[in-house]
Each structure stands twice: as C-alpha cells, then as structure tokens.
Write a protein that binds this ligand. Structure first.
Ligand code: ADP
Ligand code: MG
Length: 422
C-alpha cells in the first residue's frame, strides 16, 4: 500500500510559552480509516489545522503523496484534501445546495460557471449524505446534525482523496453518531477515501476505524490497531481514568468501560467462580464479579442466550450448548470438569425445564464434591420448576446438602468479598 499522508517531525506553538505539537511523525496509507484520539487539549485540532495548512508548522512537513502541502496552492490542495471542521459557522444565509456547490470552487475556472457535471457531483454528494431533501432550505434552519451532514456533503463535492474531520459526531445523539460513522465507513470502503477523524468516543473509534493514533500532550503516544491502542494501561496512563476493556460482540473490537475506583481490581483475584446460569439470570452478577477481579467461568449456557452474550463480551470462559438445545451429556461433563477446578460455584435463579435440568445436577454434584456452592433463590423452586416436579425434588436434595442460600445477588458478592479479605 502506498503512503497517502505523511506527517514528518511536525512541531507547532501558538506562542513562545506553549509548545503544542512536539515532533509529531506518522504515515497513513491510502484507503485507511484512522481515528485521532487523545484527551482534551492534547493537540488534535491543532494537528489537523497544521495538516491542512490553516496553521503553519514551526518545524516539520506534511506530505500528500509526494507533494509538500505547504508549497501546494490552496486550490490544488482543496482538490485532494477536504476538511469537516469542528465548528462551522456560516454567516450568510445560503441554501444547502449553494453551500454544497462551494465544494466545486477549486475546479472552477475564473471565466466559467458550474457545469452540469459539477451539479451532478453536488447531487451525488447530497444523496450520499442524505441531504437532498434540504436542497432549497437555508442552512440556518437545519438542526446541528443536519448541518453537519451538509458540511460533509460540501467536503465530498470537492472529490478529495483524503478527508479530515474534527469531532463531527460530538454533540450529536447516539443514533446520528452511528449513522455518520457508517457513512464514513462506506465512503472509505467503496471509494477508497482515506480518512483521518478526530473522535472523542473511544468506543466509536475502536469499532469503526482500522487504526488509532493516540496523541498525548502534543506527542504520539501510540499508533496501531484498536487492540494495540485501547488497552487499560494506555488509557489509564493518558486519560488518567481507570477502565475495564471488554470485547465488543460480535465485532470483537475492544470496548472501554469506565469503572468506579473502589470496584477496580488492582490485579486479578486468586479466586475462581463458576456461574451456573442461563436466560439472563447470571448477567448482572457476572458483570460485577468480572469487574471486581474474580476469575469467572459459566455454564452450561446456550449460545446466543443473553448470559452467553454478556460472557462473550467480558471474555468469560463459557461451557456452551447450541442455541435452544437441551444440555448434552458432553457439555454437562465439560461443565463438571470446569467446576472441579474452581473455588466457588454459584447457582443463579434460573427457571428449570427439561432442557437444563442437568445444570441442577451439576450444582448437586459440586456440593457432593465438597465445593462451596452458593444458591440464589429468590423465586422459590415451585415457581420456577417447569419439569413436573423433577426439578423441585432435585432442588430439595440440593438443599439437604446444606449449601449457602441467599435471596439477592449482592449477598453473593458480600460473601465472596468477605472471604477474599480473610
Ligand atoms: P484538542 O483538539 O486535542 O482538544 P487543541 O489542539 O484544540 O486540543 O489544543 C491544544 C492546546 O493548544 C490546548 O492547550 C489549547 O488551550 C491550546 N490552544 C488551542 N488554540 C489556541 C490558540 N488559538 N491560541 C493559544 N493556545 C491555543
Ligand atoms: Mg479539538
């Protein structure tokens, strides 16, 4: 792949006292979709403005293909590189179509007006950004999100090879943010548009972009795939926040969750907990256990079940059965084998039918093996037994073994935490 945009040892200061960019170097290949991330004030907007020559670097260079952007005439640059700035203030009361048409300015000669081809390109840009219906409206009559799409349409009308965007999704609601990212991904894939986007939301960046460029105090802290950049160490170091990194299902991209300091484990606890759950009965507890640092596994859970999805997203080991299938002997055995190696088994408040009765057997087996078993029993077995009595009789056998029984999930956490302290 050819390098499309290259920033070489770029430094910038607004005044003598404040050096903002300190020797920034990186290269973006043609067709890459890159997120520029970093805390407020780290220099992201300043970097973008240096790339598109709104600001002049004190040192260093920016190349597009082999062209030195500082030496390129504005018009020539605008044919290759377009910008969607953070705050666009348009003073004049232009119509939407007039604004998108401005994107054609770099292609117009002094003596000729817009050709039918220019209008065609404008129409396409408006269709792509879903702004056609506003063509005759005044830009000031549009909502923030709609206006942002018009500015994007104008940028696309420039038919650039590289598109720079500065937080185009901030202040927009979540649906619109996703729509914008989907559109950018589509442009990136279908038209091989090279994109560098400043984005506040680390999870959007992780989800949509090929690589992340992490800026910290005017220097590049890291440049790599979402997996390489979105790590708890990096985020803690650069943003100063404690986070948990999960895998987003099904994309498998890292997903950042901020955590309350008091819940964050300094290290993995040396205590293994196996959750017998299903149908969402284990969901909340599983999240809490993982966030507290316990080594969690679960089973037997049907694939695609909501407990299965949570377990997937946390990277929790799952003994699973095919969707909607009864637990097979094999998976039951695998469950028992797993249980053998853990410290505590928790039986969640699951309804029992013929398909998952073996999970109750597993709990009974565990307690007979001498495992510590905690049962969450809020509902009462009669109200969750759909097996014409088989489940109830098994459950009573289980109670005869004198397990720990609690009514609420938080009591499980309290019990476990008590043990950890001892
Ligand atoms: P980011 O976009 O990452 O939030 P900026 O590039 O906007 O960061 O700002 C980086 C630093 O430069 C900040 O400390 C900011 O206060 C400072 N800064 C931004 N614009 C100016 C300016 N016009 N004059 C002086 N300092 C500025
Ligand atoms: Mg900024």
């Amino acid at each position: 792949m050819a390098v499309k945009l290259k920033v070489d040892k770029l430094s910038y200061k607004y005044n003598e006292l404040t050096k903002i960019l300190k020797g920034v170097s990186f290269a973006i290949e043609q067709g890459e979709f890159i997120a520029l991330i970093g805390p407020n004030g780290s220099g992201k907007s300043t970097l973008l403005k240096n790339i598109n020559s709104i600001l002049k670097p004190d040192q260093g260079k920016v190349y597009l293909d082999e062209l030195d952007l500082q030496k390129l005439a504005k018009k020539e640059m605008a044919k290759r590189l377009a910008v969607v700035p953070q705050n666009t203030t348009i003073n004049f009361d232009f119509t939407v179509e007039e604004i998108v048409l401005m994107g054609r300015a770099p292609y117009l000669s002094r003596f000729k007006g817009e050709s039918s081809q220019d209008y065609q390109i404008v129409r396409e840009a408006m269709e792509l950004t879903n702004t056609t219906q506003f063509a005759d409206r005044r830009i000031n009559q549009l909502s923030g999100g709609e206006r942002q799409r018009v500015i994007l349409a104008r940028a696309l009308a420039q038919q650039p090879e590289v598109l720079l965007l500065d937080e185009p999704t901030s202040n927009l609601d979540i649906n619109y943010q996703l729509e914008m990212m989907e559109l950018l991904r589509k442009l990136n894939r279908e038209q091989e548009l090279t994109i560098l986007i400043v984005i506040h939301d680390l999870n959007l960046a992780s989800q949509y972009c090929d690589k992340l460029l992490l800026l910290n105090q005017g220097q590049i802290y890291g440049f790599g795939t979402p997996e390489e950049i979105i790590t708890a160490e990096n985020i803690e170091e650069v943003y100063g926040s404690k986070v948990i990194i999960r895998r987003n299902y099904p994309s498998n991209r890292p997903y950042v969750t901020l955590v309350d300091n008091c819940y964050l484990p300094n290290q993995q606890l040396d205590h293994k907990v196996h959750l017998i759950c299903g149908g969402g009965s284990g969901r909340k507890l599983m999240e809490n256990l993982v966030e507290m640092g316990y080594q969690v596994s679960c089973g037997v859970v049907n694939k695609q079940d909501s407990d299965w999805e949570v377990a997937k997203s946390y990277g929790v080991e799952i003994i699973s059965e095919a969707p909607f299938r009864s637990i097979s002997k094999e998976q039951h055995q695998a469950n028992l084998a797993k249980i053998k190696g853990v410290d505590t088994v928790v039986l969640a408040d699951i309804p029992f039918g013929p398909g998952n009765l073996l999970n109750l057997e597993a709990a009974l087996w565990a307690i007979k093996e001498g495992k510590e078993v905690i049962i969450i029993d809020q509902v009462g077995i009669e109200d969750k037994d759909y097996t014409a009595g088989k489940g109830s009789s098994l459950f009573r056998k289980l109670l005869d073994e004198d397990p720990l029984v609690v009514k609420e999930k938080y009591e499980v956490l309290e019990m476990l935490n008590q043990k950890i302290k001892m």
